[in-house]
Design a protein. Structure first.
Ligand code: HEA
Ligand code: HEA
Ligand code: CUA
Ligand SMILES: [Cu+2]
Lengths: 84, 196, 336, 669
């Protein structure tokens, strides 16, 4: 079931990437959205994180959140958003 | 469970399996490992130094190998189910299947790397090349280690060193395997599909 | 006993503020350096309050609450106090906010490029500085001249093969890193004529310690005179023995002399020598430009200054004879 | 306070179930957290002497201007190794030593969660340290500074910086294994009743440190790999000519580097939080606030890294943002300082050596912290950065903070560890000499920095006002060296001849004081049940109407021995094997192509170790690899797979380089 779901999501992703002259932001948002969906499905069900205790959830979540936020900041300082 | 042996039991005082807690801690740490490489890649995605860039990517091909890796997560789940049913034979079959799918994925990566090298995208040609090969290479190394662990698991199970009640280790390898899979989901989306 | 370090500190403060030091951040000359110094002193004053407060409290506790013989009553078991906790969270936060406001203001203020600035390009090399005045056409090394009536805007970078350096004249402004592949900027100004010393402030390998620099701030008229001198071609007699040696021994492969065929450049470019004789120091500002020192330099540069000429960093030993050295030094000193 | 009288400490150790003998082999194969802790501590102390001697050479060179004691090349190597040694081979392992020895004792457990992983962590640290230091004989110490900025670190033609990058990667594995182990131990192995907010503050701080390690080590790992690959495989991560950006390295390094400085200080803050209450005979003031402040420091610590890059040209917006986050770390830190003072306030203070060092910690650390705040003011920092003002700042926090805390801990727990008190007079000599020497060394450096003395300079010119203070600083450094002599004497001699210490050597508050000194091999005869913070104290003392402590119970001196069957993990040689293989691989890598065979051998040993480890039954004597599954399936499953799995991936960097090799090894294992 879940596998099927993942397969379909991947197919949709690739289809989106190929839609000619699709708006760039829409593409980005769409693909990232689907990526996150797949990600959570694997982590939640395949890895049973949905069913595990809070400690494990938190350990992983901290890693994820930190990874995401830190690198947004790093990239921002480079891309000139912060460098003005 | 007597208190005397609790020190070594896998179940901690919080009722959770201590090995799984450790594994999740490790995976949390790995998020930052790959995160840093992905950040490096994003930073350098335009730094092609006059060499080839993302236009070399063969999305259909990589989609297929991504799909292979995704499916290996499924076989891993099946192996885990077999272990929970204490069905050693089935478990070994699915473990082998998972390892096989992992190997296919690696084969695809080797093929992709050779093609890129032939077309002039090398890791010493541009920061883009460096970031691409090192990121996907480290992911590949993780897959390879996963394959080794899966194979070891099969061997140990054959030798009877993987007792049904110690089958927890299948679950741990599974966690690792799924993690490597989701890292690929991220890489595939960010590196290949978005082509930032 | 405990008062010794404290007394020492006070002594040090006293001694540090008294004299006039050419490389000190504590006697700012430039406008920016002054702004910074004021901000620093404000922060230091606040820090001093906490320093005295905490250390006095520690001393007080150690003396006042020390267990005394014969007193066997146990102390009251106090577990905490929420009001206190809130107080010592909020008060420091407010004080910090008070420091933060001028900090941010100053950061933005210092980042502005002044309108009428003299432009200078600074290029860091392992281990010496190159200065180019694009509007004036002057190129020089290690010693920068600036006018006293004008701020100077520095655009700083290095060669791609080089490493990170940092440009720092403490009297004139804080430092700014000089990063390969980037252009960083800094504004310096010196309302008072004088010689201001600096030091490369980012570790850049073997001879980082001897990568120093000098800024000569001159009255506008003196500065203009200097510029005129610098724009003149090198004082070279094409028939002289010195010039012959300069070409033969390969000096010209690395060093340029304006108005001659010596164009410098190469893999390992050295400082422009067109007017080397007019400088007061050489080798990254670490030696006085005297006959003796120049001779020693030509005898074996690495003896005076650690360098890695084999790795294309620094000047090689060219195996000159004493006669050749004498001739070359005379030749160099004539390059005024 | 002397309600407990010493006894039983002079006994010969009888054969005890699960006890290890004293031979070398027993130390090599030990998985006992106490022994591992001691080995960690002993090794780190040796490295402290090495790092200190390096510092003495630095100070000798700087005593006078234009000195020639050292050449530039030697000087650059010495400060690089001094910094690297002190940070990675002294303070971090000392913190790990305390964690190892004390965590299980303080939470009422018999060992850490993964004893063999623990052993591996130690051996990897030891071999990694030897690897790094051996560069001295194999081409010279690394010379790129302790943070190895690219492109200087990728430019050097020699293998030195390979030693540095690989050495730190190896040490990272040791720390990561330790962090995973400590996290799991603290989360899952606390004695019944010990909820998170009943844990000793030291345990809390170790947990926070483990988190910091978990989430910052991978970032430096990436930075180091990129340097290593740039140096050896032609990648262009930091090559500006090709579009690479050296500033990326700085971000990656300091993303690790700043959390790292809190990794260095928090364990000492934990130690001080244990010592102050005991010697004030009052509970820690504001326990929750101290704990939360620790966590807040860690969290904020992830958001301030660019304050090390204030002059690299970030632009005013980023500079302001990082300036603000940096300043506000002073708030939680201040909370701790004030709560510590609150703890001692109104107490009954006995100025024993551990207490002296703790009070010294508060005073000295505050100075360092305050100069840190002046760094946070960006414009001021543009004058201070890369000068001796920074050197002064970080020695005040690292030496006056972290090291003072560690010395407090050593004096405090040594009676527990050795069963004997260290001499008080010697301890006081040590403290006062060190305090004076320390301030003589580093206080003048504030002024040196402000007067324009750049750091990392082998020579400085005369006549710009730097002579006197440099001389003072050098004299101070030698005073510190002298101050170490009473300490070393006390450690070496008092441990055997000092006054015997009872179990509860200081009338302590935490669980480790409830068991004999030295502790039994199995720590606790019966796993304790906990009802309150400082449970042991509350068993001994109640409070009268005025709130003063009154003794309600006195415990008999506990025995080191029990006749109960107590199940303990068996020794194992796989951890050291794995560590050995890893370091062989590193040497092989350095000396490639000649070293490739060595690399392969190392990889085989590593894989053999991992595979053997995975199959070894941790509950049975070594060498006995029969099938032991007769034991009841009562949940006492061995934890090998987690270790195998975790251990394996930790090595992936190196293993990855030898995929084929590892696979081969797998087949014939
Ligand atoms: C144990 C290690 C440790 C600790 C705890 C700290 C703590 C702090 N550090 Fe430090 N730091 C280092 C180790 C450490 N540092 C090292 C090794 C370097 C140099 C690396 C290198 O370049 O080699 C460095 C460098 C460094 C820099 C870069 C300097 C430069 O190179 O230009 C900065 C800049 O902001 C900084 C800031 C701070 C601040 C704000 C704190 C704060 O956490 C301090 C907070 C504490 C207090 C403020 C004192 C107590 C508080 C009160 C009494 C409350 C009231 C106070 C106020 C309201 C002001 N540090
Ligand atoms: C925890 C960390 C720590 C500790 C404890 C120390 C301890 C000391 N440090 Fe240092 N230091 C750093 C971390 C540390 N340092 C770091 C990270 C750097 C930056 C490096 C870089 O820029 O890359 C640095 C840099 C640094 C410099 C600047 C170098 C430069 O920039 O050019 C100096 C200079 O004075 C210095 C001095 C000292 C001294 C005198 C001690 C003393 O306190 C040491 C005292 C210890 C001993 C003296 C050992 C005991 C000795 C004996 C028992 C003697 C008996 C035996 C014999 C004499 C044979 N250190
Ligand atoms: Cu240039 Cu240091
Ligand atoms: Cu920092």
């Amino acid at each position: 079931m879940i596998a099927l779901f993942l397969g379909i999501v991947t197919a949709v992703e690739i289809a989106i990437a190929y839609i000619p002259d699709l708006n760039r932001t829409l593409l980005t948002v769409g693909l990232i959205g689907l990526g996150i969906l797949k990600f959570s499905v694997v982590v939640g069900w395949f890895m049973h994180l949905r069913f595990e205790n809070k400690t494990m959830n938190r350990l992983f979540a901290i890693g994820l959140v930190l990874a995401l936020s830190l690198f947004f900041v790093v990239l921002a300082t480079f891309s000139g958003i912060l460098a003005s | 469970m007597s208190t005397e042996t609790a020190v070594h039991g896998p179940v901690g005082t919080d009722g959770a399996d201590i090995r799984k807690t450790a594994m999740w801690a490790f995976l949390g740490s790995e998020c930052l490992f790959f995160g840093s490489f992905i950040a490096t890649f994003l930073l350098y995605s335009d730094e092609t130094n006059g060499g080839p860039g993302t236009e070399l990517f063969d999305i259909p091909f990589t989609s297929v190998s991504s799909f292979v890796l995704l499916m290996s997560s499924l076989t891993m789940v099946l192996a885990h189910n077999a272990y929970e049913r204490e069905d050693g034979r089935q478990m070994r079959i699915w473990l082998m299947a998972t390892a096989l799918l992992g190997t296919v994925f690696l084969g695809g990566q080797v093929f992709e790397f050779t093609t890129f090298y032939a077309e002039g995208l090398r890791m010493d040609i541009s920061p883009f090349g460096s970031a691409f090969f090192v990121l996907t290479g480290f992911h590949g190394a993780h897959v390879a280690i996963g394959v080794i662990m899966l194979t070891s698991m099969v061997i140990m199970s054959r030798r009877g060193n993987l007792h049904a009640h110690r089958g927890m280790n299948v679950e741990l390898v599974g966690l690792y395997w799924h993690f490597v899979d989701i890292v690929w989901i991220v890489i595939f989306t960010v590196v290949y599909l978005l082509q930032v | 006993m405990r008062l010794i370090p404290l007394a020492l500190l006070i002594l040090l403060v006293a001694s540090a503020c008294s004299d006039n030091l050419p490389r000190s951040t504590l006697n700012p000359v430039g406008e920016n350096a002054e702004t910074i110094d004021n901000l620093f002193r404000l922060t230091l004053a606040i820090a001093a309050v906490f320093f005295v407060g905490v250390n006095a409290a520690v001393l007080y506790v150690a003396i006042r609450y020390r267990a005394r013989k014969g007193d066997d009553r146990e102390p009251k078991q106090i577990h905490g106090n929420d009001t206190l906790e809130i107080t010592w969270t909020v008060i420091p936060a407010l004080i910090l906010a008070a420091i933060a406001v001028p900090t941010v203001q100053t950061v933005f203020e210092l980042a502005e490029e002044p309108a009428d600035a003299l432009q200078v390009e600074v290029i860091g090399h392992q281990w010496w500085w190159e200065y180019r005045y694009p509007e004036l056409g002057v190129v020089t090394a290690n010693e920068m001249w600036i006018p006293t009536d004008q701020p100077v805007f520095l655009s700083m970078t290095t060669d791609d093969e080089d490493v990170i350096h940092s440009f720092w004249i403490p009297n004139l402004n804080g430092k700014r890193d000089v990063v390969p592949g980037r252009v960083n900027t800094l504004t310096i100004s010196a309302p008072e004529p004088g010689v201001y010393l600096g030091q490369c402030a980012e570790f850049c390998g073997l001879s980082h310690a001897r990568m120093r620099m000098t800024v000569h701030a001159a009255e506008p008229a003196d500065f203009d005179a200097w510029v005129t001198d610098q724009l003149a071609p090198g004082n070279v007699d094409e028939d002289s023995e010195g010039w012959g040696l300069f070409l033969d021994k390969g000096c010209s492969a690395c060093h340029a002399i304006g108005g001659t065929e010596a164009a410098g450049g190469g893999l390992n470019p050295g400082p422009d020598l067109t007017h080397v004789g007019s400088r007061t120091t050489f080798a990254g500002g670490s030696y006085q430009l005297t006959t003796e020192n120049l001779k020693a330099w030509l005898r074996n540069p690495s003896e005076l200054k650690a360098m890695e000429p084999d790795a294309n960093r620094g000047m090689p030993n060219l195996g000159l004879t004493e006669d050749e050295i004498d001739t070359l030094v005379a030749f160099l000193q004539d390059l005024k | 306070m002397a309600t407990l009288t010493p006894e039983a400490t002079e006994l010969e150790e009888p054969e005890e179930h699960g006890a290890e003998g004293g031979g070398l082999w027993s130390w090599i194969t030990t998985v006992d957290h106490k022994r591992i802790g001691l080995m960690y501590g002993g090794t780190a102390m040796l490295f402290f002497l090495i790092g200190g001697i390096e510092a003495l050479f630095i100070r000798l060179q700087l005593a006078v201007p234009d000195a020639t004691v050292l050449t530039e090349a030697q000087y650059n190597q010495l400060f690089t190794m001094h910094g690297t040694t002190m940070v990675f081979l002294v303070i971090m392992p000392l913190a790990a030593a305390f964690g190892n020895y004390l965590l299980p004792l303080m939470i009422g457990a018999r060992d850490v969660a993964f004893p063999r992983m623990n052993a591996m962590s130690f051996w990897v640290f030891l071999f990694g340290g030897i690897f790094l230091s051996s560069s001295f004989f194999l081409g010279g110490f690394p010379d790129g500074g302790w943070f190895g900025y690219a492109p200087l670190s990728t430019q050097s033609e020699m293998i030195r910086m390979d030693f540095w990058a690989l050495g730190l990667l190896i040490l990272g594995i040791a720390s990561l294994a330790g962090a995973i182990n400590f996290t799991t131990t603290i989360f899952t192995m606390r004695a019944p009743g010990m909820s998170m907010f009943k844990m000793p503050v030291f345990v809390w701080m170790q947990l926070v440190v483990a988190f910091l390690l978990l989430f910052s080590l991978p970032v430096i790992t990436v930075a180091l790999f990129e340097v290593l690959f740039d140096r050896n495989f032609g990648t262009l991560f930091f090559d500006p000519a090709a579009g690479g950006d050296p500033i990326l390295y700085q971000h990656l390094f300091w993303l690790f580097g700043h959390p790292e400085v809190y990794i260095l200080i928090l364990p000492s803050m934990g130690i001080v939080s244990e010592v102050l209450p005991v010697f004030s005979r009052k509970p820690l003031f504001g326990y929750q606030f101290v704990v939360f402040a620790g966590a807040a420091i860690a969290l904020l610590g992830f958001g301030v890294w660019s304050h090390h890059m204030f002059t690299s040209g970030l632009g005013p917006v980023a500079e302001s943002a990082f300036s603000l986050t940096t300043m506000f770390i002073a708030v939680p830190t201040g909370i701790k300082i004030f709560n510590w003072i609150g703890t001692t306030w109104g107490g009954k203070i006995s100025l024993k050596t551990p207490m002296l060092f703790s009070l010294g910690f508060i005073a000295m650390f505050t100075i360092g912290g305050l100069s840190g705040v002046t760094h946070a003011v960006v414009p001021a920092d543009t004058q201070q950065t890369d000068t001796y003002y920074v050197v002064a700042h970080f020695h005040y926090v690292l030496f006056g903070g972290a090291m003072f805390g560690i010395f407090a801990g050593i004096y405090y727990w040594w009676p527990k560890i050795s069963g004997r008190y260290l001499s008080e007079p010697l301890g006081k000599w040590h403290f006062w000499l060190m305090l004076i020497g320390f301030n003589l060394t580093f206080a003048p450096q504030h002024w040196l920095g402000l007067q324009g003395m750049a750091r990392r300079t082998a020579v400085y010119p005369p006549d710009i006002g730097l002579e006197t203070l440099n001389m003072v600083s050098t004299i101070g450094a030698f005073t510190i060296a002298v101050s170490m002599l009473p300490f070393l004497y006390a450690m070496l001699v008092n441990s055997r001849t000092g006054a015997p210490a009872p179990a509860d050597a200081w009338d302590g508050r935490t669980l480790e004081w409830s068991i004999s000194s030295p502790p039994p091999h199995h720590n606790f005869h019966d796993v304790p049940t906990v009802e309150a913070i400082d449970d042991f104290w509350h068993q001994k003392y109640g409070e009268d109407d005025e709130g003063r402590a009154v003794r309600v119970k006195t415990f008999p001196e506990p025995s080191r021995y029990t006749d109960k069957y107590i199940h303990l993990p068996s020794p194992s040689y796989y951890p050291i094997m794995l560590a050995g293989g890893l370091v062989l691989m590193a040497y092989g890598f350095i000396f490639a192509p000649l070293g490739i065979p060595l690399f392969v051998i190392g990889a085989l040993i590593l894989f053999g170790g991992a595979f053997g480890w995975a199959q070894e039954d941790p509950d049975h004597p070594m060498g006995d690899h029969d099938d032991h599954h007769a034991e009841p399936d009562d949940g006492s499953e061995p934890d090998e797979t987690a270790e195998e799995a975790a251990g394996d991936e930790v090595e992936d960097p190196t293993a990855a380089l030898a995929d084929g090799v590892v696979a081969d090894g797998g087949d014939d294992a």
